[in-house]
Ligand binder design. Structure first.
Ligand SMILES: Nc1ncnc2c1ncn2[C@@H]1O[C@H](COP(=O)(O)OP(=O)(O)OP(=O)(O)O)[C@@H](O)[C@H]1O
Ligand SMILES: [Mg+2]
Length: 457
């Protein structure tokens, strides 16, 4: 019986102490009280230990349940085995794949699960008594239906706190699943590439549309003077023909001279070289226009090489401003040569869009103007496009490179220009940035790597 009352304890022991002196009796009583106090302490400690033990037990049980739930929800295969490959723990994914029960597998050899003798041998070399990791080993297991299933295995050695090898943890993922995941990834990537290509294409169509106005104007001029020259040549041919016929009829020298003057043969001979030169020039200009059109519309966007960025800028200005030469002025201050490596067609698309945007932004300005200048080091060139338009609203600035972001009315802008330009510039290892100039108007900076030393003349 347990008591903490010293009086009771004294009562319990009093029959034993009748023969002792009073002093001895008091000492004995003190000793008993001390013993009982100690017992009390021990008992309360025991109680504490019991509570702690119960708490630990509950935590242990919780941890076991957690580990079990993790193991059973894993879709990858998991086997824990000893250094000889004897299975100690398996997860439900492995039971499902092999069609065996946990009782059958625990204590059996991991290697017996592999499809054939040669694979078992390989597995033994890869997993047994291995103190180092093995990863992505592709081997076949025998599936529940007896057919081999390709699995990609990883193996990690397991050690006790003293560093002694306890065995290994082997995980595996059936390759069918991996291949499916890879295929899905591949399909998504292909889709993305296709969409990007379509975006590029639609932007190209929009740029081509803008080009047509410039081209029509540009072609009109040389073609009209080629035509005028050819009409004159036709008239001259008639006159020369009559004169030659007369010569063949062998009239007198006086008659010949009279006809020569009447048909203005000397004037024709004088005029012919410049007529022919003019026609050749007109034809050459037409050929150049067609050439640059072809260059712009190359479908193979990957065609790359060394090109002069200054030429590209000038060509772009030409195309855009030809449609409305009087309205919009572009002031260019660029070195003669800025050698850049890449696709001139793509960079022309970027520059044309920047110029077109500036032209659109300055539609209602009193002095619609775009300034283009460059700063360069030996490695990079930064072109600055500053216009005299209203600039870009602060709320629009963060969205300006988003695909389909446009403030233009339907039919006037697709909102793809800057989004696509950004990607094209990035592809060239450069950077396209937008902002507003302190003096007003929008500023776009186009930074590109330079190919080699550039002349600054
Ligand atoms: N120079 C500029 N000044 C003011 N706003 C500009 C300027 N350049 C672009 N923006 C703004 O950025 C938007 C997006 O430009 P982006 O070139 O991407 O498309 P867009 O010109 O509207 O259409 P698209 O170029 O496809 O025909 C424009 O609608 C306009 O609001
Ligand atoms: Mg645009």
């Amino acid at each position: 019986m347990r008591t903490s009352d010293p009086a009771n304890a004294a009562r319990d022991i009093s029959p034993l102490s009748v023969s002792l002196s009073e002093e001895e009796g008091r000492l004995g009583e003190d000793a008993w009280i001390e013993v009982i106090r100690k017992m009390d302490e021990v008992y309360s400690d025991l109680l504490k230990y019991e509570v702690a033990l119960e708490e630990n037990n509950a935590a242990l049980e919780e941890a076991r349940r957690f580990a079990e739930s993790v193991l059973s929800s894993m879709s990858d295969l998991l086997v824990v085995c000893d250094p000889e490959g004897i299975i100690e723990v398996v997860n439900p994914a492995l039971l499902f794949l092999t069609g065996k029960t946990e009782v059958e597998l625990i204590g059996s050899s991991l290697f017996a699960l592999f499809a054939d003798e040669a694979t078992q041998q390989r597995a033994r070399q890869t997993f047994a008594r291995k103190a180092s990791k093995a990863s992505d080993c592709e081997m076949e297991l025998t599936g529940a239906d007896g057919q081999p299933i390709a699995v990609s295995f990883n193996c990690t050695p397991r050690h006790n706190p003293q560093g002694q090898l306890l065995g290994s943890v082997v995980t595996g993922r059936p390759l069918g699943e991996l291949r499916r995941a890879y295929q899905a990834l591949h399909d998504t990537h292909e889709n993305l590439k296709r969409t990007q290509q379509q975006l590029l294409h639609s932007e190209k169509m929009a740029s081509l549309g803008r080009l047509v106005a410039g081209v029509a104007h540009e072609l009109n001029n040389p073609i009209s003077f080629v035509l005028g020259n050819v009409h004159a040549l036709r008239r001259y041919t008639e006159r020369l023909g009559s004169y030659i016929a007369l010569l063949h009829a062998a009239p007198s020298a006086a008659q010949q001279n009279e006809q020569r003057a009447a048909l203005r043969i000397d004037r024709i001979l004088e005029d012919m070289p410049s007529l022919i030169d003019g026609t050749v020039e007109g034809a050459e200009r037409t050929r150049d226009i067609v050439d640059s059109l072809k260059r712009f519309s190359v479908l193979d966007r990957e065609e790359t090489g060394l090109f002069n960025l200054t030429d590209v800028v000038e060509r772009s200005i030409n195309w855009i401003t030809k449609a409305s030469p009087a309205r919009f002025a572009v002031e260019v201050d660029l070195p003669e040569a800025l050698r850049v490596n890449g696709s001139s067609g793509q960079i022309q698309q970027v520059v044309m869009n920047l110029i077109q945007n500036a032209s659109d932004a300055t539609l209602e300005c009193t002095d619609p103007r775009l300034y283009i200048n460059a700063e360069w080091t030996s490695a990079t060139v930064t072109l600055r496009f500053r216009d005299t338009g209203p600039g870009i609203a602060a709320a629009h600035l963060p969205r300006i490179f988003e695909p389909f972001f446009t403030t233009k009315p339907v039919g006037r802008g697709t909102g793809l220009g800057l989004a696509i330009s950004y990607g094209l510039v990035e592809k060239h290892g450069g950077l396209l940035e937008a902002g507003n100039a302190p003096e007003g108007g929008a500023v776009f900076t186009l930074r590109l790597p330079l190919a080699a030393a550039t002349s600054s003349t």
